[in-house]
Design a protein around this ligand. Structure first.
Ligand code: ASP
Length: 357
């Protein structure tokens, strides 16, 4: 994939306070209405910059990299996650921080995937986007973009970054990326994190919730992972799901893992045929990862009889992980050349703060 580079020099005579690399991938923020139609399509980022002249007043040096063809994020793919992680790694020494402009639809998947691909991250990677295109008068794009830049450039008294993890900034809140979910398709307040506190709130001042932010660990070196295995899927349970459906999903050729979306605290049917299908899949080497359909709370296998059997046959508990983090974590874990027991151990433990133990 080709990238275009654009530099923005601050107008202030003072030396720039920070250098930020902005990676523009597409999404509503940079879309406009087709000349003839009523459909939103991505447009070139140079035109986006013209719509936010305010960024020239920030005392940061900003470099833009843009995908040669900006995407609606519904077209996002693991290969592009690997490329974005590679760009961050290649420019890691050169920039203080990174802002990714991204469509909202799959932003939580991208944030989760990047958190796994960038191990020992010690600089901010902030994803943001908008519900309305930047050229629209009521757009939320300007505030989201400018505050994301401010957060990316924030340092403490020692000059160290306040944020050193992958986050989503949207509509005044900063969330851990692999804990966030898109929950609103039309409200500006699109992202929520039910199982982890907000990392910062932007009002007149940006208030950071320091006890919940990953600590800065300068002695750890960034480790880039470049392999994701997408032989994974979701199996969302519902009352009345039939054996044919369960069986055909579990027999997909090459399948490595399934995020089993269960009820409540990780519960599922105790029908014999159902547990048999799961047990046989586990025997074939497929890893089943128990994630609740509920937004808040966590999977506690064994709390009810309806989850006790899942534990007995070897389903791995996802605790309070989101579905987005679970599926990308599976891709990451299966991308490592470790053995099955190691994969199970990794899935059962928090790797980047994506789940509680
Ligand atoms: N469909 C758009 C996208 O995800 C929606 C958005 O950006 O808000 O790219």
């Amino acid at each position: 994939m080709e990238y275009k580079k654009v530099y923005i020099n601050p107008i202030s005579p003072e030396p720039p306070r920070a250098s930020v690399l902005v990676i523009y991938t597409g999404g509503t923020l940079g879309m406009m209405y087709e000349t003839k139609g009523r459909q939103l399509v991505p447009f070139d980022f140079e035109q986006v910059i013209d719509k936010v002249p305010e960024i020239r007043r920030l005392d940061f040096e900003i470099t833009f990299l843009t995908l040669s063809e900006p995407l609606d994020s519904s077209n996002m793919k693991p290969q592009i996650w690997i490329e974005i992680a590679g760009i961050i790694s290649n420019h890691y020494a050169q920039y203080d921080s990174f802002v990714i402009l991204h469509g909202t639809d799959t932003m939580a998947y991208t944030a989760s995937a990047l958190s796994f691909l960038l191990e020992n991250l010690n600089k901010p990677v902030i994803l943001t986007g908008a519900q309305l295109p930047i050229g629209v008068a009521r757009s939320d794009a300007r505030e989201n973009f400018i505050t994301a830049l401010e957060i990316a450039a924030a340092t403490d008294e020692a000059g160290q970054p306040v944020i050193s993890e992958v986050c989503i900034y949207f509509n005044s809140v900063l969330l851990r990326g692999n804990r966030a979910r898109k929950q609103e398709s039309s409200d500006f307040n699109a992202f929520h994190s039910q199982n982890y506190p907000t990392l910062a709130t932007a009002g007149v001042r940006i208030e950071y919730n320091l006890p919940y932010i990953k600590p800065y660990e300068p002695d750890k070196e960034l480790q880039l992972h470049t392999s994701l295995n997408a032989n994974v899927t979701f199996l969302k349970l519902f009352p009345g799901i039939c054996r044919k459906v369960v069986s055909s999903i579990l027999h997909i050729e090459g399948l490595k893992g399934v995020v089993l979306e269960t009820f409540g605290a990780g519960n599922a049917s105790t029908d014999y045929w159902f547990l048999e299908e799961l047990r046989m899949a586990i025997d074939r080497g497929i890893i089943l990862y128990n994630v609740s359909q509920c937004e808040g709370g966590r999977v506690t296998q064994g709390q009810y009889q309806t989850s006790k059997y899942l534990k007995q046959i070897g389903v791995v508990s996802g605790s309070d992980i989101t579905a987005e983090a679970a599926i990308t974590k599976m891709m990451y874990v299966f991308g490592t050349d470790l053995g099955s027991q190691h994969h199970r151990d990794l899935l059962a433990s928090p790797l980047r703060g994506e789940m509680s133990i």
